[in-house]
Structure formats: C-alpha cells, structure tokens
Design a binder for this molecule. Structure first.
Ligand code: EPZ
Length: 422
C-alpha cells in the first residue's frame, strides 16, 4: 500500500497553480446526463474521484474521454442503463448526484444507497424529500433507491434545509431535476457554495432557466430540453486553502495562481487573524507567514461560513499556535479522524463532542500516521512538512482522491516527500 515519507521541517518557496475544483466537476459531469450529445469540460482535475465518476457515466451507457490537452469529453447520447451500481457508488458518495439528472431525462433511476464514510453518517433524506416534492415516487429495494416519475416531474416550492443547514449535493440533485420539470420550482435554503453556483451557471449555458444563483433561494423554470455544453470549471478553493496552510505552517511564502480569493473570504479572514499575510498580486495570490501563529476560534458552517473541508488542515496549523484555539465542527460533527493522528505527532488536541480545544505546542514530532479521509490525509501531510524528523503517512490513496500529484507539487516548492510502497 502506498505511503508518503516526509522529511521535516522544511521551508517552502515558489509558485503553485491551483487545479479545477473536484466538487464542481463531479456534479457538472452528472449534469451532462440531462443533454444527449458530447459535452467538453475544461479544468477537470485528474483525480481518482473523477475516474470513478467517469466509470459510473460509462456504466450508464455514456462515453468519457480525456484528450491530450486535458479536456474531458462526456458523451451521453446513449444512456441505456440508468442504474448506479453498488460497486461504484460505495466508492464515492458523490455518485448519488446522478439521481436528479437521470430522473429528469428518463423518468426512472436506480442508485445504490451511499454508505457512510470516515467523516460520519451521510444521509440523503433531504435529496429524496426534494425529488418527491417534484413528483417522483421513491422507494428502497435491496439497498437501492428506486425513483420513478412516469408522467414527468412537476415544479414545486421546496424547503431543502436540514439539521445542519443546506445540503450541497442535495441542492445539486434537486436543481438538476427541476431544470426539466413542468413549470417553475422554488428551492428555499439552497446551498450557496461556489461549486453549486458553477453548476447552475453550467446548466444555464445548457439552456436551463435558473435564477437566484448564489443565494439560498433558487428559482428554476422547467424547459423541454438541454443542450450539450463546453464549460470550464472554477478553481478548487479547498486545494487553494490547503496550499495556503502549507505556506503558513512552514513559515514560508508561496505564490498561488488560478486562485479565486472571492470564493474563500472566511478562509482568508481566518488566516489573517492567525497572522498570515494573504495578498493579491496581479494574477497571483501571495501567502506568507513570518511572525507567530496566533490562536483563533473556528466554527465550520455552510458557505459563506468557514468550510468543513479545511477544518482538518487548520487543526494541523493551530496545533502550533501561541495559545489555545477552539474548533467547532457544525457540518460533520464526527469529522475528527485526524485528531488522534495529530496527537501522535505531539499535538495537544482534546475533543469534547463536536468541539476540539487545541493547546498550541512548540513543535510537532514526526511519526507513523494513518490517513482516513481526503482532508484528514492532507492535514497529516501538512503536519509532516513541519514536524521534526521523518513522518510516514499511510494509505495515501485517500489523498489521491482529491489532490492531483500533491507530493510532486509540494516537492517543486521545497518539500521532501517520497511516495513509497509499505
Ligand atoms: C459536499 O458533500 C462535498 N462533496 C463535501 O466535500 C463537503 O464536505 C460537503 O459538501 C459540505 O460542504 C462534494 O461536493 C462531492 P452536504 P455533501 O449534503 O453534499 C447533512 C470533500 O472532502 N445531510 O452538504 O454530501 C450531512 O450529513 C468532500 O471534498 C443530511 O442530513 O454534503 C451533513 O451533516 C467531503 N441529509 C450536512 O447535511 C441529506 O440529505 C452537509 O452535508 C444531505 C445532507
């Protein structure tokens, strides 16, 4: 099994180009199901999750190819098996966002219920509530969700909020289904994440009529059909935030290109409160830290709040702060698999339910640690950059799901990471 062997502490310097957003690419690939024909997507990163999703589209009857210059072509002219098999769905929860498009275009779909994962229970009750509101008949059969709308979908007024606020992929599913429903749909408490904005912009380019984009209240006027599209996905704000923490935790300066600061105001505000400089310079963003790491309190919330997908990375950074920080996880209250691993590296983190108190320590000490989910893995790599000695991060396949060639891109700016077989 592959692991990273990381020498620390290191000092980083140089430029990194941020890739296209994984979490925009996945629902946008699903959206191509709504229109027969060949769509061309630009900026889709080369990740395991994208490969898995491409296999899913092919299992439905579609064709997915990546050209030499990195464009992803998705041909969904033929979709003759609207079934999301367990074998694929169990590997990636985002597969669930084929529900809406298949229902809209074919009037029937079977998708394996997604399982839980390292960051906690991952229900889809709100997805199903929204699709039922559009007129779908939905029932469970041997672990599969069966959704049928033989007479087509009908626009409705839908409240899509849940106990943790809005749902990103739930909004994606219901919005995609509503694009071809008869009449207008209102989605109240819609997710406002930049990736959902990107999906809505792509759908409108395909011929959908969505307004209120970026707000918690979306209006979708149903249309007869959508067209295949050429579209470029937005940069990955979570990858950008991860590299910003790499600069901050090592007390270095990095220059990031293809980075949209307007998508990351909560993150930038938090970095500046920690004592990290984040400045735009032409087409680049310069991130640097020279002084102490100041303690801050972080609460993860739906966008525009602090993103849960950067909680683990900031926990690694705050484990070295000059004082106590409090981290409250309000989106996935169990998302703390990285905590015990960071404590193995001499962090001083204590968990009380969804609240973690980080008593800052002077240094982290290298250790063998275990990656558990995508963002926890990133946090352990970041800790390894600054820990004294040789850190081994096991199970880096978790990392490859969401970061393209991370070790190569960090080594290019001064890290010392080797991918090894253990
Ligand atoms: C998306 O997951 C992202 N994944 C996640 O990123 C991200 O952490 C999450 O949004 C929150 O920002 C993709 O976009 C592929 P949710 P999603 O539905 O849509 C509860 C990463 O690291 N909920 O917004 O599945 C849910 O349990 C991944 O890139 C219900 O209760 O998340 C959670 O507590 C990890 N019922 C909260 O809502 C539902 O029907 C937010 O989940 C749906 C969700």
């Amino acid at each position: 099994m592959e692991a990273f062997r990381i020498e620390g502490p290191v000092h980083l310097s140089g430029s990194v180009r941020i890739n296209g957003a994984k979490n925009a690419s996945l629902p946008i690939i699903a959206a191509t199901i709504l229109a027969g024909g060949k769509s061309i997507l630009k900026g889709v990163p080369n990740l395991i999750d994208i490969e898995v999703f491409s296999k899913l589209i092919e299992s439905l009857g579609g064709k997915v190819e990546r050209s030499a210059d990195g464009l992803l072509s998705v041909d969904t002219t033929v979709i003759d098996k609207p079934v999301g098999e367990y074998e694929i769905v169990r590997r990636m929860r985002a597969s669930v966002c084929i529900l809406g498009p298949l229902l809209a275009r074919y009037g029937s779909v079977k998708v394996s219920m997604p399982g839980g994962c390292a960051i906690g229970d991952r229900p889809i009750d709100i997805h199903l509530r929204g699709l039922r509101a559009l007129g779908a008949k939905i029932y469970l059969e041997n672990g599969y969700i069966v959704a049928e709308s033989p007479n087509g979908l009908k626009g409705a007024e839908i409240f899509l909020g849940g106990p943790f606020g809005s749902t990103v992929l739930g909004t994606a599913n219901v919005m995609m289904a509503a694009t071809m429903a008869k009449g207008a749909t209102i989605i109240e408490s819609a997710a406002c994440e930049p990736e959902i904005v990107d999906l809505a912009m792509c759908l409108n380019k395909m011929g959908a009529k969505i307004s209120g984009i970026g707000s918690p209240r979306l209006k979708v006027e149903g249309v007869q059909e959508l067209e295949a599209v050429e579209y470029e996905v937005i940069p990955d704000r979570i990858e950008a935030g991860t590299f910003m923490v790499a600069a901050a935790v090592t007390g270095s300066e990095l220059r990031l290109s293809n980075c949209r600061l307007e998508d990351m105001m909560a993150v930038v505000d938090t970095l500046r409160n920690i004592g990290v400089s984040v400045e735009s310079a032409g087409q680049e963003v310069i991130v640097s830290r020279r002084g102490a790491i100041k303690p801050v309190d972080i609460t993860t919330l739906p966008y525009p709040g602090f993103p849960t997908d950067l909680q683990a990375q900031f926990m690694a950074l705050l484990s070295l702060a000059d004082g106590n920080s409090i981290i409250i996880e309000k989106v996935f209250p169990d998302r703390f698999m990285h905590l015990a691993e960071l404590n193995r590296m001499a962090a001083n983190l204590r968990k009380e339910g969804p609240v973690v108190i980080s008593a800052g320590v002077d240094k982290l000490i290298a250790a063998q640690v275990m990656a558990s989910d995508l963002r926890a893995s990133a946090a352990l790599v970041l800790a390894g950059l600054v820990a004294e000695g040789t850190t081994i991060v096991n199970r880096v396949y978790h990392l490859d799901r969401g970061y393209e060639r991370l070790e190569e891109r960090l080594n290019k700016v001064g890290a010392k990471i080797a991918r090894v077989d253990i």
